[in-house]
Design a protein around this ligand. Structure first.
Ligand SMILES: NC(=O)c1ccc[n+]([C@@H]2O[C@H](COP(=O)([O-])OP(=O)(O)OC[C@H]3O[C@@H](n4cnc5c(N)ncnc54)[C@H](O)[C@@H]3O)[C@@H](O)[C@H]2O)c1
Length: 324
C-alpha cells in the first residue's frame, strides 16, 4: 500500500516508516520538521515538507502520490506547552487533523490511523483502563486527542472513512536506526538514560502515592510494538471509528525504571526525592485485550529490560542524537 505518514520524521513515526518498509509498503513522509529529524527518514523514502494545516498541499500530495491510507501522527506533545499555550494544541492537533480529513474526503482516500493517547481518560477511571472507561482529560493535550476522536465519529460514517484511533500509552525503546530525541525531553526513560550518561542524579516527583513503592506507575510500550499495531489497523475494513488501547498491560513504577536503568547502564543513578508534581496521575495501566482479540496484536518487546536496553543502545550509538 502507498501510505502517507504524517509526522514520519518524529520518534514514533520514524519507526512506523521502518516497519512499513519491512512489510513491503511504500511510506511517504509528510512533516514540517518542527520537532522531527530529516535523518530519521531513510533516503529511499519520499518526503513532503509542509505544515499539517496546509490542506491544499496535503490534498495535492494525496492525489499526486496516489495515497491509499494515512497514518496521522503529527501533533504537539509537550505537556508544558499544553498548559501555557493550549490554543497551539487545538490548532495543530485538532485543526491539523481536520485538514487531513478534508484532504482525504477531496481525494477519496478512505483509511486513516490516528495517534490518540491514554491522556483522554479521566483521572479516576478504574484500572486497568479499558476503551470504554470514562474519558475526562486533564490537559489541553488530552482534550485535543479526545476532540479528534469525537470529530472522526461524525465525519467517518458520513464519508465512508475507515478510521482507527490508537490510544498509545507511554512509547519507549528504540530500534537500531531510530530512537527518542525530543527537545525538550519530558519522558521518564530518556531522562533517566541521559542522567546515566552524564553521571547525574534523577529526580522522583512524589514518593507517597498508593503504589507498589510510592512512586508513579506507567504502562510503557515499545515503539516497534506500537508500530506493529498500525500495520494491523491498516487491514480494518469497517467504516466508522474503532478505538484501541495500545499498552503493554504492565505498569512499572519510577523506582523500578531507575533500578532497571542501573542494571542496563551499569551507572549509579543516585535519586533525588521531590514532592508530588501537580497534574501527575499516580498510575495509568492499559488493558489492550481488545486489539489482541480483534487484530491479533501482541507486544513482543515491551518488557522493562528490553525497553531500556534498546533505548540505551541507540543513545550509545548516537551520542548526539540526530545532529550531524
Ligand atoms: N511519545 C508518546 O509516548 C506518545 C504517547 C501517546 C500519543 N502520542 C502521539 O503520537 C504522535 C507522535 O508522537 P512522537 O512522540 O513521535 O512525537 P514527535 O514530536 O517526535 O513527532 C511529531 C512529528 O510531527 C511533526 N509536526 C509537528 N507539528 C507539525 C505541523 N504543524 N505540521 C507538520 N508536521 C508537524 C514534527 O516535526 C514531528 O516529526 C503524537 O500525535 C503524539 O501525541 C505519543
Amino acid at each position: 500500500m502507498r501510505i502517507l505518514v504524517t509526522g514520519g520524521a518524529g520518534y514514533i513515526g520514524s519507526v512506523i516508516v521502518e516497519e512499513l518498509l519491512r512489510a513491503g509498503h511504500t511510506p511517504i513522509v509528510y512533516d514540517s520538521f518542527l520537532t522531527g529529524h530529516r535523518a530519521a527518514v531513510p533516503a529511499e523514502v519520499a518526503i513532503v515538507a509542509g505544515d499539517i494545516r496546509d490542506t491544499a498541499l496535503l490534498t495535492r500530495t494525496l492525489a499526486e502520490e496516489r495515497i491509499e491510507a494515512v497514518i496521522h501522527l503529527v501533533g504537539l506533545i509537550e505537556v508544558g506547552l499544553s498548559v501555557t499555550n493550549p490554543a497551539a494544541f487545538f490548532e495543530t492537533n485538532v485543526g491539523g487533523t481536520m485538514s487531513v480529513v478534508r484532504a482525504m474526503i477531496e481525494t477519496d482516500v478512505k483509511r486513516l490511523v490516528f495517534s490518540s493517547s491514554a491522556a483522554v481518560y479521566a483521572e479516576d477511571a478504574p484500572l486497568p483502563l479499558r476503551e470504554d472507561a470514562p474519558t475526562g482529560p486533564t490537559s489541553a493535550y488530552g482534550a485535543s486527542k479526545l476532540m479528534v476522536e469525537q470529530l472522526l465519529g461524525w465525519v467517518a460514517p458520513a464519508h465512508g472513512l475507515i478510521c482507527t484511533s490508537l490510544r498509545y500509552f507511554n512509547a519507549a525503546g528504540a530500534t537500531a536506526r531510530n530512537g527518542e530525541a525530543h527537545a525538550p525531553e519530558t519522558h521518564l526513560m530518556p531522562l533517566v538514560l541521559r542522567a546515566a550518561e552524564r553521571d547525574e542524579s534523577v529526580s522522583i516527583f512524589g514518593t507517597d502515592y498508593p503504589t507498589v513503592d510510592g512512586t508513579c506507575v506507567r504502562d510503557y510500550i515499545h515503539v516497534r510494538d506500537l508500530a506493529s499495531a498500525h500495520l494491523l489497523a491498516l487491514e480494518l475494513s469497517a467504516p466508522g471509528v474503532t478505538i484501541y488501547n495500545v499498552g503493554s498491560g504492565t505498569g512499572y513504577s519510577v523506582r523500578q525504571v531507575i533500578e532497571m536503568a542501573r542494571a542496563v547502564t551499569g551507572r549509579a543513578l543516585p535519586i533525588s526525592e521531590r514532592p508530588r508534581r501537580g497534574g501527575d496521575q499516580y498510575a495509568t495501566v492499559a488493558t489492550s485485550e481488545r486489539i489482541t482479540r480483534e487484530l491479533g496484536w501482541r507486544p513482543q518487546q515491551s518488557d522493562l529490560r528490553t525497553l531500556l536496553a534498546t533505548a540505551w543502545a541507540w543513545r550509545q550509538a548516537h551520542p548526539n542524537g540526530y545532529a550531524e
